[in-house]
Design a protein around this ligand. Sequence first.
Ligand code: GLU
Length: 405
Amino acid sequence: MLTSVQNNIRITAKRLGLNSRQIEEILKVEATHSFKITLDNKKQYNAYRIQHSSARGPYKGGIRFHPEINEDEVQALATLMSLKTAAVNIPLGGAKGGVEVDTRNLNMSELEELSRKYVRILAPFIGPKKDIPAPDVNTNPKIIDWMVDEYSRLTGDTTKASFTGKSLTNGGSEGRDAATGRGGVIVLKTLLDLSHDLNYNKALTFAVQGFGNVGSYFAEIASKNYPNWKMVAATDSSGGIYEKGGLKSSELSEWKRRGKKLLDYDSNNKISNSDLFGLDVDVIVFAAMGGILNEDNQHIIKAKYVLELANGPILSSVEGALKNRGIIVIPDILANAGGVIVSYLEWIQNLQNEHWDEDIVNKKLKDYLVVATKDIYRRAKKDRTSLKDAAFAVAIERILKAKQA
Ligand code: GLU
């Protein structure tokens, strides 16, 4: 994934005429914190916080708990965060954290201990004006609440602006939970409007790979706002279901919220993740993990649009092949930026000691994303490049400008 992200940066930067020193400037990380967390039961876990760029503002980015996380992947994700905050023009930098852990093997008090110890080690390097972490894969408001509490105990900070993605009763923002999914809907709709491409007054069909928190909000908000957008398939890690006439996103979300697998959902038409890749739908949504579309499976894709709601689901090595087949990739640093935008809004609310209504938050989220989508769409048209290349171009130029200022 790191190679993939860095390739994308190199390709775009070269096209923009940047010299090798400038390219290295964009690629390099400012600080790497790599450490071990030892629980009272003596079990040890590898942990990271990689701070990629603070050129445009304090570091920003989630913390991921995952059994296969490693330093390279955290660096890739940190780099994507710097590009993401720049692409949507919020005054923040980029960072990412990770702990190599399978949370299914921890009980609640071990999870709390792990979360608090992570903060204890990192406390000198994070904070409201330095680095503001947030949830990511397998982390949630409950974990973030422990982390904020730990940070406040250690430093005396009372703003709660040290982390975003907190629970609503603990300084969290309205709309933060749904923000990444909602953002994906806004970006897709704005692009369809700009390109007058799909006649979505007829039924637009979509399939969601990775029907978890982000994917289910995407599906629910899409079907609520645009009843003629029809979700025909959804999968999670167990597999999933296909229904030509359309699936009920709210029922599926409820099923998942109860901790159940999609494969166990009552349906006659079970599919695997790879079946979903090959479905003849208008839009395929990747909402799970990175690096899932590669040389081996890219040829199966039939969809016209691929929406990257996860971070880095498509390897840069297959983007050319998709483009040649006329498949449009809506890049992660735009498509999934809704989460970090509402994180930014949460941070502002904390610093100003305010709590905004959900309508206000959603309106601001939409404003940021519509402007960013237009910027990137127009840039792609002007430079005759893919949307991914255009998003990277816009972001790289903003980061460089800040570095030179
Ligand atoms: N983890 C999310 C992302 O990858 C959100 C980060 C944030 O809110 O800081 O964009």
